[in-house]
Design a protein around this ligand. Structure first.
Ligand code: HEM
Length: 189
């Protein structure tokens, strides 16, 4: 509320717009990531077994791999602020550049066998929250924590939970899950 941008305070509408951004950016992304995680640990039984052998000890790496493998934000478009070159492709100042975070997270120069879901990877330099710089995701820290706590609660209270067939949203911005059935054995009491 007290921040200054370019030497002036934010106006009411700007603060309102910022909170709308926070509400949208912090909502969809998280629930989709949790849904992706539950489904990934259903279809990759070996990874599930490995995780559940030491849930608290292996969850941090597991969350990073879920974010890398199935990050909920696919791309944003930016404008180049100066002439540059990306992998030999010239980009001029002012040109539009689409950043495919999902592609960066599958970069085979950084992640061996990127198509493999593997929570034992030690390199977690994925692009799910961006690549750094002023637009880096504001919610990356609480988000990691929320996914971690959600999975802790699910696999502690409903360790045999398995998902069914998901239906996915059709768009190229958010990798979202519309509907995801699940089954588990209710505990008594
Ligand atoms: C799994 C969850 C999330 C993912 C995958 C995600 C992903 C991203 C990505 C890729 C960007 C663009 C980064 C860049 O281009 O450098 C971004 C920006 C942003 N995120 Fe997140 N996000 C998540 C959760 C959240 C949450 C929980 C919040 C807020 C509570 C949030 C707030 C923002 C904001 C405000 C920006 C814009 C920053 C700027 O442009 O200055 N995000 N996010």
């Amino acid at each position: 509320m007290q921040a200054e941008v370019d030497g002036r305070s934010l106006e009411d509408w700007e603060i309102g717009a910022f909170f709308s951004l926070l509400a949208a950016a912090g909502n969809d992304t998280t629930r989709h990531s949790i849904a992706h995680a539950l489904h990934l640990f259903t279809v990759h039984e070996d990874q599930r077994e490995y995780l559940l052998e030491d849930l608290s000890g292996r969850l941090d790496d597991a969350v990073e791999e879920v974010l890398r493998y199935a990050s909920s934000v696919q791309q944003f478009r930016r404008h180049a602020t100066q002439d540059t070159e990306l992998r030999g492709v010239p980009v001029k100042e002012g040109e539009k550049v689409v950043i495919w975070y999902c592609s960066g997270s599958y970069d085979e120069d950084v992640f061996p066998e990127p198509q493999t879901f593997d929570i034992t990877r030690s390199n977690s330099k994925h692009m799910a929250f961006g690549g750094g710089g002023p637009h880096f995701c504001l919610g990356s820290a609480p988000r990691r924590m929320m996914i971690k706590y959600a999975l802790t609660e699910v696999y502690t209270r409903m360790p045999d939970l398995r998902t069914g067939t998901p239906s996915y949203q059709v768009n190229n911005f958010i990798r979202g899950v519309h509907h995801l059935p699940a089954t588990w054995t209710p505990t008594k009491g």
